[in-house]
Design a protein around this ligand. Sequence first.
Ligand code: GLA
Length: 608
Amino acid sequence: MGIIFHEETKTFHLTNGEISYIMTVLPNGHLGNLYYGKAIRDREDFSHLLELVQRPMFQYVYDDDRLFSLESVKQELPVYGTTDYRAPMVEVLQSNGSRISDFVYVSHEVNEGKPKLEALPATYTENDDEAETLIVTLKDSLTGIKARMLYTIWSDRPVIAKSVEYVNEGTEAVHLTTAYSMCLDLPDPDYQWMQLSGAWARERHIITRDLEQGVQSIGSNRGHSSHEHNPFIALKRETTDENQGEAIGISLVYSGNFKIQAEVDTRNTARIIAGINPDTFDWKLDAGEHFQTPEAVIVYSDQGLNKMSQTFHKLYQKRLARGEWRDKPRPILINNWEATYFDFTREKLIAIAQKAKECGVELFVLDDGWFGARTTDHAGLGDWVANPDRLPEGITGIAEDIEKVGLKFGLWFEPEMTNKDSDLYREHPDWILSVPGRHDSHGRFQYVLDFSRKEVVDRIYEMMAKILSTAKVSYVKWDMNRSITECYSAALPADRQGEVFHRYILGVYDLYERLTSTFPHVLFESCASGGGRFDPGILYYAPQGWTSDDTDAIERVKIQYGTSMCYPISSMGSHVSVVPNHQTRRETPLKTRANALHTSEHLDMSWI
Ligand code: GLA
């Protein structure tokens, strides 16, 4: 059990009685994959699972050998162009213009537990005996780039977590133009690919289709994981249903631009890669620097989709979400947005809170419009100081008023944004993402702050921390209401502009980390125009998220069912709202709306 290494055959067997993940050092020193699936008995030699076969038009690695080609061999860190033509997991652009590399096994270590990933969210262990981690180090000797491949296997969950750290031990800078988190080469493509896709107000609908020869992928290049595609896919056999059959779930613990891709070659192997979207990524790695990829979590089930989902739920609820609120029942909240939009006064808010108290509500959330010159969506974002005309006693005063009614008080922020009509923008026009000399596109009249810059994150932190440390705020709704355009940072040189999207999301994580650790009693709920950033990365900081802006009970059933493929019920903020519904104009009975709150349990919804 655990991580077994067979020295003679250089074979790694990660097993916990439920699953086996078997790798070996290939004849050229690269790391190959031999098996992934239901647990199999250990043996010294699994080399019969390595396909060495002569085929017309194959290219071969060695002069005197017509068997060893990477063309359809299963690999852990495949590179392009050294006999393999499938999509690579890593691409290193070197100073001579070459993108060819050769990552060869150097050493490995096995540790109890699971290490933290620097500056990135990841699943964790609380006790060392919960998991073991294998780190296999490979090196490209010409450039001096080391790849530290991390594999964690849980002792009592059918879960493997993978990521890679690149270290430049060479003397020259290189560019990582592709750095996925994982590659899973499967020996056959007889799967149905299931994705969670949609748009604003119809997020995470289930789409299923057969894997076919060629490439299929989902992803985001919008700066956030997006309403359109979620960083999750499942592969299931044709006969798999909720309760029986094989399913593999792949989930990326990341909130920025991502891609998950399946490539089926004409010899019918299936390569699944997942990680940061290389289309919008180019990371300069100077000599001495290192780069950590986000984590990918792979779940295996031989008992249908239900077991896969349950495995994700248990892991994400207890070993991804963190903090005081992880294990506590969440308060029933009332939010003033659809009741008042921007048109509220202190008196209106108190009246809503009083009525809510009578209904058993526990928390009142003051949404958009309480700060700066924010009486419409044209102004005020970035000025996180209460508007004295609306709230004469400030946030301290309204929080006390609400507490007097007998409810806890929560507050809306949109920390990553600014309006051009704001004091923040007037003071720091270069703090938005914007290309010099070019037009700035807007979304909802707002612009995206350059969170790749520490001074920007510092300033927003100061403003938010001031409110959270002076007023009785028990809850924060962290919104994010537009995708990034004209992605360019005034603070980075030309050869580092390909880093901005990833640095931006690192800045978001940094702000979340600072706020959640300084204010551990505050419940953070993430929101991105509803479900535009509902992903495992954010779940590490905010234990619940706004599932969708669509609060229509019927639409919600589909949205919550899709979401439940990967995400625990505890992570889904569910709503009952007025009828006719503000998004769909549909009328449903109150009972239906209340019942829809519970449909996030993973039921068979095929009747819908
Ligand atoms: C987004 C959120 C809503 C609300 C508004 C406020 O649309 O999803 O819940 O907070 O912003 O502007």
